[in-house]
Design a protein around this ligand. Structure first.
Ligand SMILES: NC(=O)C1=CN([C@@H]2O[C@H](COP(=O)(O)OP(=O)(O)OC[C@H]3O[C@@H](n4cnc5c(N)ncnc54)[C@H](OP(=O)(O)O)[C@@H]3O)[C@@H](O)[C@H]2O)C=CC1
Ligand SMILES: O=C(O)CCC(=O)C(=O)O
Length: 440
């Protein structure tokens, strides 16, 4: 794609990875390769790169759970803390069967860059439990969440490390974490976690925030490339916290959302889907395919087919590693806006760049979530609630400011959007480390 007022860019990308390794990539491998590329671009000192390629700490815990039938199952949980030079660690908790140590570390690295891109006073962390939340009753989910909180109590806290929702967790889980932590500490401490229900110190607008930021980034980028939203078709993979909210905002702002999906597959209508009528994952899991069954006039597609639709904008907003070297050549969207964390592998990124497909990176696009988490943390500290209108206004300002800082970097350095975002993030982190001194 070309910006509305500039000449075409030459791509410097080559296929495959610089070290010749093959996919599939873990989140950690992808994050490290992205860091290496950005470090080379910015001429970052090797000791700085070497330190940032590793987490500060990873806590692994055993979480026993008494099942409703009285039996006991034992689960594994993690909290990876990557870098805290700019402030306390911050990042979500994932309940998913695919959680492992390396995934948490890679996702924690992305949180460090995300907070720096948004200029938030936080570092990066991520954690979770290796569990399929669909296999838990509500009571089991509560007991597991409370026991996990007890196990990681020493490493979290409102000025230390502040968890938040991610895949498989929600505002209810955050309320249990706050309650369990507060009971252990002997006083109510809302600022230990964000993404809580507003009645216990949560912020209005946090649930919809990552999807809203995906929509804002899509809108700004379409405008930059002279593409009115009214003439823009969008496919959104995943209809959860990120995907459903992105789809609904883009639909509200005039775009045509032609496809979406859940874990079982997707639905496609070239005239546009009624996205407000499809329940989001938190309202009803697997609701997209259930909706498709009730509407036989709509086309059923697979998740792979959704990614390859001939649309203007593709928003992968479900899981990581869905655009790989195997399907990057088949992507037909002009613009990919990363709703999920790490949906495009390092090798796929190079192929998309070579093909002139712009990729707006996760560390900017879905950063509305952590930005409203920051607003929530401020509200918890000051014990003063913001209105939904204020949250939306301040999020709009933060996102547009960050998007503009990135655009300047992309234009000045003549690099991809991802490289530009890494340039913004790494220079802010390096500056913070330099001013604190004696590092690493
Ligand atoms: N929640 C947040 O605050 C933030 C989340 N993110 C990232 O966004 C992504 C999605 O998170 P979130 O929206 O919270 O997750 P949710 O759990 O709310 O929703 C996930 C959605 O993806 C679908 N899904 C699950 N697995 C697959 C699969 N293998 N293929 C296709 N679809 C699938 C689910 O379908 P079903 O309903 O059938 O289960 C559901 O629609 C993750 O990468 C997360 O890290 C990024 C920033 C903030
Ligand atoms: O809100 C937060 O603190 C973090 C959200 C998150 O995990 C993410 O942006 O990936």
């Amino acid at each position: 794609m070309e910006p509305s007022d500039s000449t075409p860019e030459e791509s410097g990308a080559s296929r495959g990875t610089p070290d010749g390794s093959v996919e599939p990539e873990t989140a950690l491998e992808t994050a490290r390769r992205q860091l290496d590329r950005a470090a080379a671009l910015l001429d970052v000192e090797p000791r700085f790169r070497d330190r940032l390629a590793h987490p500060a700490t990873v806590t692994e815990v055993t979480v026993p759970l008494e099942r409703d039938d009285g039996s006991v199952d034992v689960f594994t949980g993690y909290r990876a803390q990557h870098d805290s030079v700019r402030g306390p660690y911050k990042g979500g908790l994932r309940f998913h069967p695919g959680v492992d140590r390396d995934e948490c570390v890679g996702l924690a690295m992305w949180m460090t860059w995300k907070c720096a891109v948004m200029d938030l006073p936080f570092g990066g962390a991520k954690g979770g439990i290796v569990v399929d939340p669909k296999d838990l009753s509500e009571d089991e989910r509560e007991r597991l969440t409370r026991r996990f909180t007890q196990e990681i109590r020493e490493v979290i806290g409102p000025t230390k490390d502040i968890p938040a929702p991610d895949m498989g967790t929600d505002s209810q889980a955050m309320a249990w974490i706050m309650d369990a932590y507060s009971m252990q500490e002997g006083e109510t401490i809302p600022g230990v976690v964000t993404g809580k229900p507003p009645v216990v110190g949560g912020s209005y607008g946090r649930e919809g925030a990552p999807g809203r930021s995906v929509a804002i980034v899509t809108r700004e980028t379409c405008q930059y490339y002279d593409r009115p939203l009214e003439d823009t078709t969008v496919a959104v993979q995943g209809f959860g916290s990120v995907g459903a909210n992105a789809a609904r905002r883009l639909d509200e702002w005039g775009a045509t959302v032609v496809a979406t999906s859940d874990v079982n597959g997707g639905v496609y209508d070239p005239d546009g889907l009624p996205v407000d009528d499809i329940p989001a994952h938190d309202e009803e899991p697997e609701a997209v395919t259930a909706f498709a069954e009730e509407h036989p006039e709509l086309n059923r597609i697979s998740n792979d087919e959704l990614l390859e639709l001939d649309v203007d904008v593709l928003v992968p907003a479900a899981v990581g590693n869905v655009i790989t070297a195997d399907n990057a050549d088949a992507i037909r969207a002009d613009l990919v806006v990363e709703g999920a964390n790490g949906p495009v592998t390092f090798a796929a990124d190079a192929i998309l760049e070579e093909r002139g497909i712009e990729v707006l990176p996760d560390i900017l696009a879905n950063a509305g979530g952590v930005t409203v988490s920051y607003f929530e943390w401020l509200q918890d500290i000051s014990r003063r609630k913001w209105s939904l209108e204020r949250v939306h206004e301040e999020l709009e300002t933060e996102m547009v400011t960050a998007w503009n800082a990135l655009r300047e970097e992309v234009e000045d350095r003549d690099v991809t959007w991802r490289d530009g975002a890494y340039a913004v993030a790494l220079s802010r982190i390096a500056e913070a480390h330099d001013s604190r001194g004696l590092w690493p």
